[in-house]
Design a protein around this ligand. Structure first.
Ligand code: GDG
Length: 460
């Protein structure tokens, strides 16, 4: 039986007292536990020097293997090329892309380093599953070391249109590196189409009759595997969470107002300031909504070492302050902004009693918050999801109120409609979305990917 090796920038090493792991982390751990395996990646530590060998932690059938990065690695690979070049590119933010050749070289070098420390752990039958944009060149580097195993890759972000992709200096090197995988998983069919378009127009490659893709003298497959959540688990924890002290405290403070909930990492791709503008538009257009709702925005900090993220935090705080200053009364403010994380269990409870889930990213590979909001609802009195048409989730959650996230007045209109929506329509919309979530859970996602990876050919 083949073992599984998952590789991701950060490793979900179980830490005592850390609470329940998130959906993705527990799904990968479960997939590893099934046949035994290794989870390999960065330790999260920036050390004086790189590691000589991975630090190993064994838990049952799973081995967690982590390596440190040097300060230069962290600056060039993580803060630089991954999060200041690739992340904005993949989210269509051309104006935010920085490109420095040194960082690009650092990115390749860290992938080469990770491959070198991973290679000795690999056995001939292992399946290797690499995650996300930090590690695109890993398969190429492993192949250089003679690794012949099947290697798959899953991109958690959007895969952008060709016109965006070609804005990246040396884009052909990144695309060639992607094609070194046996299987490339993307979140949506739209992403797959964009990938094939690039291959046809820029790489002179072609689709073979059996669905495989040949480009750069390599054979691969590109398939959409929309990521899911632990649908029933989330629904159960939402019911349980109604009894938590935290949830009750929030409920009391909201009184008989309707709750609107937004939960996003502090990231410019999530469209948070535009959402605040939408609240401004809502209250200008429909002044009788004043005092009737509370919009709670929970935003844990993220990548605060990267400059645009610092500017974003200032913009978000400014926008919230502006709207609150304009409309607040002695006993009410439209926006409650919480700039820290809350516990996973409390989150499910907050989702459950929120009348509206407001999820309006400018771009998102999938957006799990949208799915978690839906899974948490009370079947007899479900809330309404207001969802960006540019989130991958919009391809599946078609009965959400879909909006253009760049247009505050369109978002305001959808919020107003959701506040007024009768229970019959809410139930109908929710049931259709819930069915989609039941038919494609996080376990289905990993099982489908691994099945497709096993079906690819092994190099001789
Ligand atoms: C990337 C892609 C893709 C958030 N705040 C808190 C908290 N969270 C949890 C949510 C959710 C997760 O973090 C965020 O996932 P998203 O999918 O919404 O967004 P990204 O972090 O940008 O994820 C995205 C995803 O990868 C998976 O492929 O969907 O498109 O960008 O699970 O609930 N959890 C807790 N407290 C918080 O305050 N406990």
């Amino acid at each position: 039986m083949s073992r599984l090796i998952t590789v991701s920038n950060r490793v979900g090493v179980p830490t005592p007292g850390a609470g329940r792991a998130g959906g993705l982390e527990s799904a990968l751990r479960e997939a590893l536990e099934a046949d035994g395996g290794i989870w390999f990646g960065w330790s999260g530590q920036v050390a004086e020097a790189r590691s000589e060998a991975p630090t190993i932690l064994k838990k049952g059938k799973v081995t967690f293997a982590t390596v440190d990065l040097s300060r230069t690695d962290y600056d060039d690979y993580y803060l630089g090329y991954a999060n200041s070049t690739l992340w904005p590119l993949l989210h269509y933010q051309l104006g935010l892309i920085e490109f420095h050749r040194k960082q690009f070289q650092g990115y390749i070098a860290v992938n080469e380093y990770m491959a070198r420390l991973l290679a000795p752990l690999i056995e001939p039958d292992d399946l290797i599953w690499v995650h996300d944009y930090h590690l695109i060149p890993l398969a190429e580097e492993l192949r250089k070391l003679g690794i012949k195993n099947r290697i798959g890759f899953f991109l958690h972000t959007p895969f952008p249109a060709t016109e965006i992709m070609v804005a990246l200096p040396h884009h052909e090197m990144i695309m060639r590196a992607l094609c070194a995988y046996d299987l490339i998983g993307l979140q949506t069919e739209l992403g797959v189409r964009a990938f094939l378009d690039y291959i046809a127009r820029e790489a002179n490659g072609r689709l073979e009759f059996d669905g495989s893709l040949s480009a750069y003298d390599q054979l691969t497959r590109v398939v959409a595997f929309p990521i899911g959540i632990d649908t029933e688990g989330f629904a159960r924890s939402a019911v349980r969470a109604t009894r938590l002290a935290e949830t009750k405290r929030l409920k009391n403070s909201i009184a008989d107002r309707q709750l609107i909930i937004g939960v996003d990492r502090m990231d410019y791709s999530k469209g948070i300031p535009t959402r605040f503008e939408a609240i401004d538009d809502l209250l200008t257009e429909w002044p009788d909504e004043t005092g009737k709702f509370t919009y709670l925005q929970i935003t844990p900090p993220s990548r605060s070492d990267v400059l645009p993220y610092q500017a974003l935090r200032r913009d978000v705080e400014h926008a919230a302050g502006h709207v609150n200053g304009k409309y607040s009364d002695l006993d009410w403010a439209p926006i409650r902004f919480v700039a820290r994380a809350v516990s996973r269990s409390a989150l499910a409870g907050i989702f459950r009693f929120s009348r509206i889930g407001l999820v309006t990213p400018w771009r998102d590979g999938m957006n799990l918050v949208a799915k978690e909001y839906v899974a948490s609802q009370d079947p007899d009195d479900p809330g309404v999801l207001v969802l960006s048409r540019f989130a991958g989730a919009a391809a599946e959650l078609k009965t959400a109120l879909l909006v253009n996230p760049l247009d505050p007045s369109e978002i305001a209109g959808a919020i107003h409609r959701a506040l007024k929506m009768g229970v019959g329509e809410r139930k109908e919309r929710w049931q259709a979305m819930m069915e989609v979530l039941r038919n494609n859970t996080i376990d289905d996602w990993s099982a489908n990917f691994l099945k497709a990876l096993k079906a690819t050919r092994q190099l001789d």
